[in-house]
Design a protein around this ligand. Structure first.
Ligand SMILES: Nc1ncnc2c1ncn2[C@@H]1O[C@H](COP(=O)(O)OP(=O)(O)OP(=O)(O)O)[C@@H](O)[C@H]1O
Ligand SMILES: [Mg+2]
Length: 315
């Protein structure tokens, strides 16, 4: 391993060992690579693999989240036939906390935002949901351990209310109304077929494949439900980045409706329900660990609470 040129890498203690594990798993020598992301104890690499047909693979390393992502691949992405980069190795055969994935393309939608890219992301979302819904219709027991119920979301709302009251007494009680509205909305959705929810459907997690398609990566928080929080969070982010006009975000719900064969009012309604679900899950993560990891995220609480109130207001 000493002879390879790996940008910013060979200095990392122990990297030779896991890279050797990856080389064994992919059946070729590692001839180069670059680190795409490094946060705390987790990192993402693009490694070049030599051999008869040279190629690149993506390697994600980190404890905890990698186990969560491997589980989503095993219980959701693979059995439900959801379009995603293929998992080439992971869950023990390479080493603890290591996933090796097919390289889906060089850039993501955060790096290259465009109207075309956002439309590709929305088509990818419609495809993901359609593929999962079809398999679930044939076999409703698939992914049962990762299905979120109304009771699960009511529990999330209770935890968020308690955490918020402790950290920010001035915000105590502000989520009582939104939580009641959410439960009513979820009860109305209860009979609808569930499908895959990515849960972190943001521009940086949408890889552009180079042939006009987008594919979602980074699956550790995926679950099953009928709501459309993924479309809500993609458009919310575009708005926060000031990209709404440039990427044609206002036209995307109608595109999703066409691509998925759903009527536009249903799309709008499921985005509201999904928006409440997504926002409460973000608040739960912030209160449980996010604020410790990213201290400035404490400043996001007011806006997220206001978002819940706006989503719960009559539409
Ligand atoms: N299979 C893949 N093919 C191509 N690029 C990928 C792939 N997986 C990840 N990437 C790229 O690497 C980046 C980081 O990967 P990923 O989002 O899976 O890791 P992460 O550490 O969970 O990131 P974050 O916490 O920032 O969301 C992605 O934003 C994407 O640009
Ligand atoms: Mg990511």
């Amino acid at each position: 391993m000493k002879s390879i040129m790996v940008q910013d890498a060979v200095m990392i203690e122990g990297s030779e060992q896991w890279m050797a594990g990856v080389a064994g798993a992919v059946g070729g020598p590692i001839t180069g690579g670059e680190r795409l992301r490094h946060w705390g104890a987790s990192e993402v690499w693009r490694l070049q693999v030599g051999g008869a047909v040279p190629r690149s693979v993506i390697v994600k390393r980190g404890l905890g989240e990698m186990a969560d992502e491997a589980r989503r691949y095993r219980e959701l992405v693979m059995p439900l036939g959801v379009p995603a980069p293929r998992l080439l190795a992971g869950g023990g055969d390479v080493g603890p906390g290591v996933l090796v994935l097919e390289d889906a393309g060089p850039g993501n939608l955060e790096q290259q935002p465009s109207a075309e890219g956002y439309r590709a992301a929305v088509r990818a979302l419609a495809l993901m949901r359609d593929a999962a819904a079809r398999r679930l219709a044939l076999n409703p027991g698939l992914g049962a351990g990762l299905r979120m119920s109304t009771a699960d979301f009511a529990d999330v709302a209770r935890r968020v209310a308690a955490g918020l009251a402790a950290l920010r007494p001035d915000l105590a009680g502000r989520l009582d109304g939104p939580a009641r509205t959410l439960v009513e909305r979820l009860d109305r959705l209860a009979g609808e077929p569930v499908t895959i929810v990515h849960g972190d459907f943001h521009a940086k997690n949408l890889v552009l494949t180079g042939d006009g398609r987008a594919v979602a990566v980074d699956w550790p928080v995926a679950y099953l439900h009928a709501h459309l929080g993924d479309l809500y969070s993609l458009l919310r982010e575009a708005g926060r980045l000031g990209l709404t006009g440039r990427v044609g975000a206002d036209a995307l719900p109608a595109l999703f409706a066409r691509e998925s064969g759903t009527d536009e009012r249903t799309v709008a309604d499921r985005m509201v329900t999904g928006g409440l679900c997504w926002t409460l899950l973000v608040l739960r993560w912030l209160l449980a660990e996010g604020i410790d990891v990213i201290p400035e995220s404490r400043g996001w609480l007011d806006e997220l609470v206001a978002d819940c109130e706006a989503l719960a207001a009559p539409h």
